[in-house]
Design a protein around this ligand. Structure first.
Ligand SMILES: *Cc1c(COP(=O)(O)O)cnc(C)c1O
Length: 410
């Protein structure tokens, strides 16, 4: 063991001699966070260990006092997980990262570590259903108030932020309708004098490749690493990124005791995935735009939600804050649930599955699956109608996906 690294901070992103220039995020995605065991392995080592040993009791005591750089227990930190955290922090341009078991543990911990009974949260109204349940049912049952803001209207956000607010929560683009909120605009309002809220962005749908919320003024970013970061449909995971102070003094004291940590095995899988993240996400975005263009002209399609489609709602904001439109498309077919089901059932290449960001293209009917829990009223408010399908575009060749969609629509 040549080096031991704690999970916060990424000062040691590049093993060995530090280059004299600033490395591109694509290089960091391959190189950052590498901590070799001493055998000189090229692939990152998998440390499947729950605990760690100490040479003597004094060493254990000083490690627990955080006087020395030593892993204590894999619920707190683990060398493989730390490599993943440091690599992702380097890609994101964040000071620090904490990796979690799932995207939802990242979402829940990122907010719950900051709020207490009596606090107020302001959130964008369109979001993934589990995020909605956390913000409108679970946290309110503990005395936290959540106020939802619909759309991207500056006046509406300013009005919601008149009262003292602890956390501002933005999911942009949203799942499944790819609704866009201007992250820079909301961050500015949230950081105005007398408000000083922590702005947390669910950046799952854009991925770190297509959107950098911290650079837009947000304070915290989180991921479901299950989606594009693994991107190959294998393991669950999540990550919270922000300042060293936030991760060390807010997130870790909460997650250490509530047990949100990522498994070393999943971190090892995802370390390799990070190396190809840009390649995969760029290709998925290119294909998704082609597929969205095809669908938008089809007579059996009522509407297509894809942020980079010219004329899309909030198109200007999308191209301002994102490098690509993402890999997910909201498709409303002409008709209702029966027509939506018939379309999904007729596909031969694209699978029916409720995951997204996978190399395999997947389609789901949100109203009866991922967003079923919300009930018809909230679904209608979010635009999750019975004729809506969510298509996650994968890495198949665009011509095969378009042919599959064309045949199924016919
Ligand atoms: C999937 C998803 C999550 C939750 O992630 P899990 O890894 O499934 O727990 C949160 N937000 C968005 C936008 C998602 O798509």
């Amino acid at each position: 063991m040549t080096k031991r690294t704690l999970p916060w901070g990424y000062q040691d992103v590049f093993e060995g001699q530090q280059p004299s220039w600033e490395l591109h995020p694509d290089t960091l995605a391959v190189r950052a966070g590498l901590s070799r065991s001493g055998f000189g392995e090229t692939g990152e080592a998998l440390y499947l260990t729950s605990g760690f040993t100490y040479d003597n009791a004094e060493m254990a005591e000083s490690a627990f006092m955080e006087e020395t750089d030593h892993h204590l227990y894999s619920r707190f930190s683990n060398p493989t997980v730390a490599m993943f955290e440091q690599r992702l922090a380097a890609i994101e341009g964040a000071e620090a990262c904490f990796a979690t078991a799932t995207g939802m543990s990242a979402m829940f911990s990122s907010v719950a570590c900051l709020v207490k009974s009596g606090d107020r949260v302001v959130a964008s109204a369109s979001m993934f259903s589990s995020c909605y349940v956390v913000l409108t049912e679970i946290l309110p049952s503990w005395g936290v108030t959540t106020v939802l803001v619909e759309g991207n209207d500056e006046a509406a956000w300013a009005a919601a932020l008149q009262e003292p607010t602890k956390v501002v929560f933005i999911e942009s683009p949203s799942n499944p309708l790819m609704e866009i909120v201007d992250i820079a605009m909301v961050s500015k309002l949230a950081h105005a004098e007398g408000i000083d809220a922590t702005v947390i962005v669910d950046n799952v749908m854009a991925s770190p490749v297509m959107q950098k919320p911290l650079a837009l003024g947000a304070d915290v970013v989180f991921y479901s690493a299950t989606k594009h970061i693994d991107g190959q449909g294998r393991v669950l995971g999540g990550a919270i990124l922000g300042t060293r102070d936030y991760i060390k003094n807010s997130v870790l004291p909460f997650t250490r005791h509530t047990g949100q940590s990522m498994s070393a095995f999943n971190a090892w899988v995802m370390l390799k995935s990070l190396e190809t993240l840009t390649l995969r996400v760029e290709r998925m975005n290119q294909t998704a735009l082609k597929v969205a263009e095809f669908l938008s002209t089809h007579p059996k399609v009522e509407s297509v939600s894809y942020p980079f489609l010219p004329g899309a709602k909030n198109y200007e904001t999308s191209i301002k804050q994102m490098g690509g439109g993402g890999s997910t498309i909201g498709i409303k077919v002409v008709g209702g649930k029966a027509e939506a089901f018939a379309f999904a059932n007729a596909l031969t290449v694209i699978d029916i599955s409720n995951n997204l960001g996978d190399s395999k293209s997947l389609i789901t009917h949100p109203a009866s699956t991922t967003h079923k829990r919300l009930g018809p009223e909230v679904q209608a408010k979010m635009g999750v109608t019975p004729n809506l399908l969510r298509l996650s575009v994968g890495l198949e060749h665009p011509s095969d996906l378009i042919a599959d969609l064309k045949a199924a629509l016919a």
